[in-house]
Design a protein around this ligand. Structure first.
Ligand SMILES: NC(=O)c1ccc[n+]([C@@H]2O[C@H](COP(=O)([O-])OP(=O)(O)OC[C@H]3O[C@@H](n4cnc5c(N)ncnc54)[C@H](OP(=O)(O)O)[C@@H]3O)[C@@H](O)[C@H]2O)c1
Length: 345
């Protein structure tokens, strides 16, 4: 659906008050600060999506203090196209702002054919970052992640490749994603030895997906590693998106293979009950779901997705009310235990 490259003549100028609109939080024990809310480009930035909509969302984010944009080699569809879209924005609207941005990308999931197109070998990671840099049209990314653990590659090889990628200037910092607590501890120890500390862990974390609390958050705190929570709305379940049915243009409505209707329906009673607590806090469900994560000291940033500027606007307002009263926390916890015992700690 991407036809024009109207960005080459961009006259976009970001809001001057943007840095007053967003809190920034230290990423673990590093010197890097990340916005409380970051934007992920997994969906809505692919070659099949509207470029105009993607540009509006990216502009709205930056205008409101979102400095961190998260990508991966395979984001699209087709794979690679989200990096190309962001490359267009970077050379257009954002061309005078590279030093104000934290751009991350990843490698590890299936990207090209053959034995070097995925997982955690040095061969895959170095070839992949070089491809990503070309698609993005930049000399370096700020954070480069290994996207998922690889049981067949020695951890020393994968971490050695991350260290090399940082030392060679292709990335400024190293991160990992989807590693469990034990693997994270080992990865952090290897990276420390190599002199490239583990900046950040990117993990799925939301009110209905709390595996992080079973050890990973403690490892991150102990190691001085930041934690960025992805899919904080459980891909839209924790929002008003599905309260009156499953819209055709929604992720569960068929726009993506990653969210099934059954999962949405299973969680609906819980979401409706959560809405009451959210409303009593003068928040929407999605705002409360984001605030609930930001209230945890070990969470550096919450990594949201959005298919419109309207959604993003709603989500960014979560930073206005991060605190929870003891009663609100207890009520939320009781709901979790009552309706979803398998997700509680
Ligand atoms: N490291 C990993 O393995 C991994 C895996 C997954 C994601 N991620 C990262 O995390 C980012 C965010 O993931 P995600 O997109 O799943 O996050 P999410 O914030 O949980 O879900 C975003 C989706 O929820 C719906 N939504 C968002 N705000 C809404 C609102 N205010 N009202 C109603 N609906 C709303 C939209 O769906 P509709 O399309 O239906 O409108 C939107 O696309 C990704 O872009 C990626 O950068 C990383």
């Amino acid at each position: 659906m991407q036809t024009s490259n109207h960005l080459s003549n961009s006259t976009y100028s970001p809001l001057s008050k943007r840095y007053d609109l967003m809190p920034y939080r230290q990423c673990g024990k590093s010197g890097l600060k990340l916005p409380a809310v970051s934007l992920g480009l997994w969906h809505n930035f692919g070659g099949d999506d509207s470029l105009e909509n993607a540009v509006s969302i990216a502009r709205y984010a930056f205008d409101n203090g979102v400095t961190h944009f998260d990508l991966a080699n395979n984001y699209g569809p087709p794979p690679g196209s989200a990096e190309k879209t962001f490359g267009k924005i970077l050379s257009g609207d954002f061309r005078s702002h590279r030093d104000e941005l934290i751009i991350s990308t990843k490698a590890g999931y299936d990207m090209w054919e053959g034995p070097y197109g995925n997982l955690g070998s040095r061969k895959h990671l170095i070839a992949s970052i070089d491809q990503s840099l070309k698609r993005l049209g930049t000399d370096y990314v700020d954070i480069f992640y290994h996207h998922r653990p690889d049981p067949d590659t020695p951890l020393t090889e994968t971490m050695g490749a991350l260290d090399y990628i940082v030392r060679s200037g292709r990335a400024l910092y190293a991160g990992i994603s989807n590693y469990d607590a034990e693997e994270t501890e080992k990865a952090a120890a290897i990276l420390n030895e190599l002199g490239t500390p583990l900046l950040i862990h990117q993990a799925s974390y939301s009110m209905i997906d709390r595996w992080v609390e079973n050890g990973l958050s403690s490892v991150c705190e102990k190691r001085g590693t930041g934690l960025i929570a992805f899919s904080p709305l459980a891909q839209g379940i924790l929002s008003s998106r599905y309260l009156s049915g499953i819209p055709e243009n929604s992720r569960a409505g068929g726009k993506s293979p990653f969210l099934g209707k059954k999962k949405v329906e299973t969680w609906l009673p819980y979401v409706k009950a959560l809405e009451e607590i959210a409303n009593s806090r003068e928040q929407t469900i999605s705002q409360m779901a984001i605030s609930w994560l930001l209230a945890k000291s070990y969470v550096t940033s919450v990594l949201v997705g959005a298919s419109s500027t309207k959604q993003l606007k709603e989500n960014l307002s979560a930073t206005d009310t991060i605190e929870f009263s003891k009663e609100e926390l207890e009520k939320t916890e009781q709901l979790l235990l009552l309706l979803a015992p398998e997700t509680s700690k």
